[in-house]
Design a protein around this ligand. Sequence first.
Ligand SMILES: Nc1ncnc2c1ncn2[C@@H]1O[C@H](COP(=O)(O)OP(=O)(O)OP(=O)(O)O)[C@@H](O)[C@H]1O
Length: 239
Amino acid sequence: MSLVLSDIVLTYPDGDRRLTALDHVDLSVAPGEFTAVVGPSGSGKSSLLAVAATLITPDSGTVRVAGHDVTRAGQAARTRIRGDHVGIVFQQSNLLASLTTLDQLLVMTHLSGGSTREAASRARELLDAVDLAGKEHKRPHQLSGGERQRVNIARALMNRPEVLLVDEPTSALDHHRGERIVSLLADLTRQNGLATVMVTHDLATLAKVDTVLTMSDGGLAAGDDAEAAAAVGGGRSPV
Ligand SMILES: Nc1ncnc2c1ncn2[C@@H]1O[C@H](COP(=O)(O)OP(=O)(O)OP(=O)(O)O)[C@@H](O)[C@H]1O
């Protein structure tokens, strides 16, 4: 398994008490497996992604990323494990306004101290894979929302991660562009043997994933599409 969360408990301060955001959560994602997590607002989905991304340390439980026990690692080791093994795609494109598409990707290698020549060919290969060949020299304001999200995805894959974590990738896109992004994520997951976890409210995208899990009050359970519909709010239309 590329990503294993075992018996995770995460609480936040809440006045003079603690609020339990993740309540004994287990999650395992194999290489090449595309997992979706659905659930109502406040159920703990972002907290789950943040723990898997090694951005927050749970109160208890263990997180293993590409075989590394992150929970026992110090701050520096955790940062290295995240940089080497985890790709993260946020809900809103958070590209740097002044950089070209190509430079958005190259900056990742620069930060991790990798070889520049290899990075340039890796970046071009990825931009080709996300159908952005020819847009290398555009800046974010010259790209559509879907194109910006594809730059985000390519950037997350620059360092060849084993684990890809994606938060609401379709929320800023119309239905057609949203479907294209999720199909792309499904293809990249299989082609690159990624363990992908996607948080989504968009039930139309669930057809493309291997596993659907539902979060409810900090608990995570296997769920079919009907349960998923109920979990995101009584089967309301995809957004
Ligand atoms: N930094 C924080 N401090 C205190 N409480 C928090 C913090 N972050 C989240 N929470 C609480 O933890 C619970 C889980 O929040 P989380 O953001 O993980 O839910 P979510 O399912 O991602 O919600 P949404 O779909 O609205 O983004 C909620 O009750 C939320 O209010």
